[in-house]
Design a protein around this ligand. Structure first.
Ligand code: NAD
Length: 334
C-alpha cells in the first residue's frame, strides 16, 4: 500500500483525493493539508485521518511514501522544496512554477534526490489521446505535418485566481503546448502568438488575455496551431486533429449524452461536457494509477520535470511573442 499525503483540496485536489480513495486499491491518502476548514472536512469524510493546515508539519508528523501537490501554483515552489527535502515521491499539478529559475532549481533538486516526480499533464492520459498516440507510434499516420488543437473554456476563472495562476498561457494553454509536444514527439523551436480580450473581465489590468492563437514550429520541421478561448458559450471545447502523410486522426468533443433531435430548424444534439473535471475524468484517474504503478515497480514516470520545463519555455515564449508581436525562438527564453 502506497501511503499518500495531499496538499491543496480545491477543484483538482478533491478529484485526486477521491480517485485514490475510491479507485486505486494500491494507494491510500492518509494525510491531507489545506487552507480551508471546509476542504479538510471533505478529506475527513473521505476517510483521511491526519488533517493539517501546515504542509511542513504534515511532512514532519506523518510517515508518507508520496505526496500530491495540488495547492495554488504560487505555492508549488515552496511545497516542492519541502517534499523533496522530506524524500517523498511527488505528483505535482501543472505548472511546476511560473519562473524559469525556480523550475530549473526544482528539476535539479528532483534529479539529485532520486525521488519519482510526475507532473499533472492529465490530457496525455485521455483515452482518445492515447488512441491517437498509439496510431502515431505505429506510424499509421505517416509523417505528421500539422497538428491543430482547439481548447476553449466555458468561462474564465475569477480574477483572484487569474492574478496568481500565470494567466492564459502559463495556466491554461500550457496543457495544449504539452499535448502538442507529446503528439508531435518533437520539441518546439519557435512560436508566434497573437491574442486579444473579448470577455468582460479587466484582464488588461493584470497583463492577461482571453483569446489567443499560436503557431508552433518543431525541431522536425512540422507545425501546430493552438487556439485558446476562455469564453465558449456552448461549453468546454476540446478538439485535436493530427494531419500526417498517410491521413488524419481527430477527436471530437464528448457530449453530455448522445441524444439528438430534428425539426424544421435542423438537427440538434447536446452540448459538450461542462468542464475539465467532467471531460477529463478518466485521464485524472489514469495518470494517478500510472504514478502509483511507477512507485510500486520502481519505474520512471512518463511526464516529468523535463516536460514541466519544456512546457514552461513554450508558455513564456508565447507570452513574449504576444507582447512583442513577433516570432520568438525558445532559445531566447532565459
Ligand atoms: N491538471 C488539471 O487539469 C488542473 C485543473 C485545475 C487546476 N490545476 C492546477 O492545480 C493547482 C490547484 O488548482 P485548483 O484549481 O484546484 O485551485 P483551488 O483554488 O480550487 O484550490 C487550492 C487549494 O489549495 C489550498 N491552499 C491554499 N493555500 C494553502 C496553503 N498555504 N497550504 C495548504 N493548502 C493551501 C486551498 O485551501 C484549496 O484547497 C494549480 O496549480 C492549477 O494549475 C490543474
Amino acid at each position: 500500500m502506497i501511503k499518500f499525503g495531499i496538499v491543496g483540496l480545491g477543484r483538482i485536489g478533491q478529484v485526486h483525493l477521491q480517485n485514490i480513495q475510491q479507485y486505486i486499491p494500491d494507494a491510500q491518502i492518509v494525510a491531507a493539508c489545506s487552507g480551508s476548514e471546509q476542504s479538510l472536512s471533505f478529506a475527513a469524510s473521505a476517510g483521511v485521518k491526519a488533517l493539517y493546515t501546515s504542509f511542513e508539519k504534515m511532512l514532519k508528523e506523518t510517515s508518507l511514501d508520496a505526496v500530491i501537490i495540488a495547492s495554488p501554483t504560487a505555492l508549488h515552489f515552496e511545497h516542492l522544496q519541502l517534499a523533496i527535502a522530506a524524500g517523498v515521491h511527488i505528483f505535482c499539478e501543472k505548472p511546476i512554477d511560473l519562473t524559469l529559475t525556480n523550475v530549473l532549481q526544482i528539476k535539479d533538486l528532483v534529479e539529485e534526490s532520486g525521488i519519482k516526480f510526475a507532473l499533472g499533464f492529465n490530457r496525455r492520459y485521455d483515452p482518445n489521446i492515447l488512441k491517437i498516440k498509439r496510431a502515431l507510434e505505429e506510424n499509421r499516420l505517416g509523417v505528421v505535418q500539422t497538428l491543430r488543437l482547439i481548447s476553449r473554456d466555458p468561462g474564465p476563472p475569477p480574477m483572484e485566481y487569474i492574478k496568481t495562476s500565470g494567466g492564459l498561457f502559463l495556466d491554461m494553454a500550457i496543457h495544449d503546448f504539452d499535448l502538442a509536444r507529446y503528439l508531435m514527439g518533437s520539441e518546439v523551436t519557435e512560436i508566434y502568438t497573437t491574442a486579444t480580450i473579448y470577455g468582460e473581465l479587466p484582464l488588461e489590468t493584470v497583463g492577461d488575455v482571453d483569446t489567443a492563437v499560436s503557431i508552433l514550429k518543431f525541431e522536425n520541421g512540422s507545425l501546430a496551431t493552438v487556439e485558446n478561448s476562455r469564453n465558449s458559450t456552448y461549453g468546454y471545447d476540446q478538439r485535436v486533429e493530427v494531419f500526417g502523410s498517410k491521413g488524419l486522426m481527430a477527436t471530437k468533443n464528448k457530449a453530455e449524452d448522445t441524444v439528438y433531435s430534428a425539426d424544421d430548424q435542423g438537427f440538434h444534439s447536446t452540448k459538450p461536457l461542462k468542464f475539465f473535471i467532467e471531460r477529463y475524468k478518466e485521464s485524472y484517474l489514469n495518470i494517478l494509477e500510472r504514478f502509483v504503478q511507477c512507485i510500486k515497480n520502481n519505474s520512471k514516470p512518463e511526464v516529468t520535470q523535463y516536460d514541466g520545463l519544456q512546457s514552461l519555455l513554450i508558455s513564456l515564449a508565447a507570452k513574449k511573442s504576444q507582447i512583442e508581436n513577433r516570432t520568438v525562438a525558445l532559445s531566447e527564453i532565459n
